[in-house]
Design a protein around this ligand. Structure first.
Ligand SMILES: [Zn+2]
Length: 275
């Protein structure tokens, strides 16, 4: 609460992150609808968790998007109003998002070419676009999936989710593996959660990672057959350093990380048979 509902919840696995996220999300119920982004295999688990922990939300108020035909705008039409909670996979979110909103070049990262403060939704002309629906409260499960794109074209799956996080008022990112040993993989999610906290990604990489600048690259012929190995110059950030400093910064600003034993004793299950 004291971080205004924008946090990276990195408790150890089994510490009840989903319960905590739902509890926090329910503190902002006035600002719902709630969007939950999760790996495809976890969608139904989330719907069940909501029914268990938030009994005020009726099953008919929960929309689990399993195919494009279940897009929220189509379902809202059928139902005669929007659902209170929508659960979507990373993949489906990307499929229901317009090209502009999943274009990495149009996404405003810290230190990027676009001035900060410019609307993160600018450029979206689509009549229906999942990332531009103005979600105010969002929970992102397994948020370590949101790694920085390797190439310039970006990973549309990542960009759609990052954009949702950027434009939401409350965003709870859940990860059991915050990959502190590879800080560069965390940059995108933290930057979306708290723009400018970590600075531009290059400066961040130089401070907290090692730079590998020469790499063996496999050259292939036109049919894709490997021809030879070549030592090429590529700047790639690997590994991690100054980790204590980074850990301190994250804990101060966005991250909550506790062990299972610290948390589990505080969680009371509403129905012990479900445990
Ligand atoms: Zn869009």
């Amino acid at each position: 609460m004291e971080r205004r509902g924008r946090i990276l919840l990195a408790d150890e696995m089994g510490a009840g992150k989903s319960v905590q996220a739902l509890a926090l999300a329910s503190c902002y119920i006035e600002e719902w609808p709630l969007l939950i982004i999760a790996p495809a295999a976890m969608r139904m688990v989330w719907a069940e968790q909501i029914e268990i922990w938030l009994p005020r939300i009726r099953p008919r108020d929960i929309l689990v998007i399993e195919k494009s035909e279940n897009a929220p705008w189509l379902q809202a039409e059928r139902k005669g109003g929007a659902h209170r909670v929508t659960v979507v996979s990373y993949e489906m979110l990307q499929r229901l998002t317009c090209d502009a909103c999943k274009d990495w070049r149009r996404y405003p990262v810290s230190g990027g070419a676009r001035p900060m403060g410019q609307s993160v939704l600018s450029g979206c002309q689509a009549p229906h676009c999942m990332a531009a629906m103005g979600w105010k409260v969002v929970v992102v499960d397994e948020s370590h999936c949101l790694r920085l794109p390797r190439g310039l074209s970006g990973n549309p799956r990542t960009v759609a989710a990052l954009r949702v996080i950027r434009s939401a008022t409350r965003a709870m990112l859940l990860t059991g593996t915050p990959s502190l040993s590879k800080p560069f993989d965390m940059w995108a999610q933290i930057d979306a959660l708290k723009p400018n906290l970590l600075g531009p990604k290059e400066a961040f990489g130089l401070r907290y990672c090692f730079v590998s600048s020469k790499e063996w690259v496999i050259r292939r012929d036109f049919s894709g057959r490997p021809v030879r190995n070549e030592l090429c110059t590529v700047v790639r950030f690997t590994g991690g350093r100054h980790l204590a400093e980074l850990h301190g910064l994250l804990c101060r600003e966005v991250m909550i990380r506790r062990l299972k034993e610290e948390v589990i004793s505080q969680v009371r299950y509403p129905n012990s048979s479900r445990r």
